[in-house]
Design a protein around this ligand. Structure first.
Ligand code: SF4
Length: 62
């Protein structure tokens, strides 16, 4: 990681301040508001809140 946040609990990647998974740039995050992200924080928040979609190659249904 190229930066460190004092609110990050590195044992589980949760934000101690927000008591939620760390998603840099999310609402309530203390990082500067003028930062630009390749993937918008809203999209990454949605990803961490959504269970993984099963792959077409998942063969567990047989
Ligand atoms: S969400 Fe923001 S404030 Fe919280 S740990 Fe991550 S970078 Fe730090």
């Amino acid at each position: 990681m190229a930066w460190e946040c004092p609110h990050l609990d590195q044992s589980d990647d949760n934000c101690r301040r927000l008591k939620q998974p760390c998603v840099p740039g999310r609402k309530g995050c203390t990082l500067p508001k003028n930062l630009k992200f390749a993937v918008p924080p809203e999209v990454r928040v949605a990803e961490v809140n959504t269970p993984a979609i099963k792959s077409d190659t998942d063969d567990s249904s047989h």
